[in-house]
Every structure is written in C-alpha cells, then in structure tokens.
Design a protein around this ligand. Structure first.
Ligand SMILES: Cc1cc2nc3c(=O)[nH]c(=O)nc-3n(C[C@H](O)[C@H](O)[C@H](O)COP(=O)(O)OP(=O)(O)OC[C@H]3O[C@@H](n4cnc5c(N)ncnc54)[C@H](O)[C@@H]3O)c2cc1C
Length: 289
C-alpha cells in the first residue's frame, strides 16, 4: 500500500491504540520532520491510515515520580531545552538538544519521533543510552491499554528498525533520577558547526566522587547500525581517577572496541580517529569538572 486513504487524529491514548488495530496498517505522524521528507523522497511507503498523534495529551510533558523522570513521546526538542527537570538532571540530553537542527525543527521535532525513527545518528539516542533510559510502549490487549517497557539499548535493531510492533505506540521514556555527584556530557562532530547530521557522537555519564568514577556509561552514535554502548571503555574507567594515563588507555580502548562504518559522511578509518580523539576530549572535560 503506498497511498494514504484515511487520516485520523485521536484525542486520547485509548482511541490511538484502538486505531492501531485497523486493517491495512497505520503510519504514525508526530512532528513529521523525518516522516514527510522520507515520504517525499520515496524512502517510506505510508500505510493505509495516517494517524496524527499530536492531540494526545497523555503523550506530553515531563514529570518526576518514584525516582524516575518520565518524558512523554510528544515532548519537542525545544520543550526539553526549556524544562527545568531536564536541565537539572539530564545534562547530556540538554547538550544533545542544544546541537539539534534549527529552532524551526526543534519546535516540532519530538523525542518520540527521534527514537522511533531509529537513525544511528539520532542525537537524543546516545544521551538516553548513557542515562539508562527505558522506552515505554502502549497497545490494546483484551480491551485494555497494555503497557510494557524495555531498556532503550534493546529497542534498536538496525537503521530505521526497532522492536516496536505495528500495534504499539511509544508513550515516552523513563529515566532513573541521576544521583548526587553525577556528571553527564555529550559531544557531536559534524562537518558543519550547525545543522549537520553527526559524523560521530559520544555520550558520557557517571558519578565522580572524591575524584573516582563509578557507574560509568559511554556510548557512541553514527558508528554502527544502531547507537552503541562501549562496555570495554566503561570498564577501563570504572573505579579509577581520571589521570592522563587512564584517559589515554580509555581512548585507545574505545578506538579498538568500536568498529565504525564507512559512509558518505566519513570513512571507517576517520571515524576511528574521531572516536579516539573525542573520547579523550570528553574525558578531559569530565576530569576538569
Ligand atoms: C532539516 C532537518 C534537520 C534535522 N536535524 C537533526 C539533528 O540535528 N539531529 C537529529 O537527531 N535529527 C535531526 N533531524 C531529524 C528529525 O528532526 C528528528 O529525528 C525528529 O526528532 C523526529 O521527530 P518527529 O516528531 O518529527 O517525528 P516524525 O517525523 O513524525 O516521525 C518519525 C518516525 O517515528 C514514528 N513515530 C513518531 N512518534 C511515534 C510514537 N510516539 N510512537 C511510535 N512511532 C512514532 C513515525 O511513524 C516515523 O516513522 C532533522 C530533520 C530535518 C528535516
């Protein structure tokens, strides 16, 4: 099916999960900043029904409860940048949003769209990985709204591909509240200083107490089919202080551990050099913080 026959705009989650059961399939529209260019370029064949989810209040907003920050799927990049909870607790997500597209795109692009588009270069994905985020999905089961969740690292299976089934909607993400002495950073490297897709991106998260790192998370974007955690690099940092030797060893481990892709934006060799240099740079910043 390549032509849209029906357009629906549910006002509630209940209506939306019902709509997802329709025959002929449903294409979900949030901000449209990925969907529309992909459709116009012929890279995406829409399903019979186009479902605009922008009117669903339950998918909006940022809340703190039970030690978790919950961000609704429809939260825009601009709203993330302006939110006090996100600014206070999720520094690497703020840095990613600060390097995201232009003001016009940020005003409509949603967090849920960035996640479900599943680009290896999606800028919010690396911060969400190092923040141990879980994706929250909703569907209709036995007449009720059925909720499930999974670690975001398990959600991505390839470029543009996730574990979301056609009858599920992404409701949002849940992120454990970051503890005291938590440090988070995100760097993105592109060929232009602004409005560019990442050639690579790196995220860091961890606790630095009395100079010693713990609960270290390091992840990279735009180096593989999905954003990836760098587990060996994390192990090279865990329980250590960030002296020159530790930083050099961790940067070398990252270069060995990640097997980047060759594509139009950079060769694998160049990406390996970037991985080394950006790991060193982000760790220098963490050491000075
Ligand atoms: C000029 C330009 C610059 C850009 N710059 C950047 C950039 O710097 N960094 C970056 O990461 N991206 C960038 N993008 C890509 C895009 O803006 C983001 O990925 C954005 O977050 C997508 O969100 P959206 O709300 O527009 O999603 P949509 O286009 O509406 O949807 C994207 C995909 O997700 C699905 N979807 C959306 N919401 C849900 C949901 N709740 N549940 C299930 N499925 C859902 C849709 O069906 C579709 O497949 C850019 C795009 C443009 C056009």
């Amino acid at each position: 099916m390549s032509e849209i026959e029906h357009y629906v705009a549910p006002a509630s989650l209940d209506e939306a999960v019902d709509c997802l059961q329709q025959e002929g399939g449903v294409t979900i529209l949030a901000g449209g900043t990925d969907l529309m260019p992909q459709k116009n370029a012929g890279r995406l064949k829409p399903q019979r029904t186009l479902m605009n989810i922008r009117g669903i209040a339950e998918l909006k907003g940022v809340t703190l409860s039970g030690g978790e920050i919950r961000i609704g799927a429809l939260t825009t990049v601009t709203e993330l940048l302006e939110n006090s909870l996100v600014r206070q607790h999720l520094p690497q997500l703020i840095e990613a949003c600060d390097h995201f597209a232009s003001d016009q795109i940020r005003n409509v692009a949603t967090l849920g769209g960035n996640i479900c588009n599943a680009s290896p270069a999606g800028d919010t994905l690396v911060p969400l990985l190092v923040l141990d985020a879980r994706v929250d999905l909703v569907s209709r089961s036995e007449g009720r709204i059925f909720r499930s969740s999974m670690p975001i690292g398990e959600f991505f299976v390839g470029p543009g591909k996730t574990r979301r089934t056609p009858v599920e909607l992404l409701a949002g993400v849940s992120i454990p509240l970051t503890p005291e002495n938590y440090l988070g950073r995100f760097f993105k490297f592109g060929t232009r200083p602004a409005l560019d897709i990442s050639t690579i991106s790196i995220g860091f998260g961890g606790i630095k107490k009395d100079g010693i790192l713990s609960k270290v998370r390091v992840a990279f974007g735009a180096v593989a089919a999905t954003p990836v955690r760098a587990f060996r690099t994390e192990a090279a940092l865990e329980g250590r202080s960030l002296d020159e030797a530790t930083i050099a060893a961790a940067a070398a481990t990252a270069r060995d551990e990640v097997s980047p892709i060759d594509d139009v934006r950079a060769s694998a060799w160049y990406r390996k050099e970037l991985i080394h240099n950006m790991t060193k740079r982000i760790l220098d910043h963490v050491a000075d913080a």
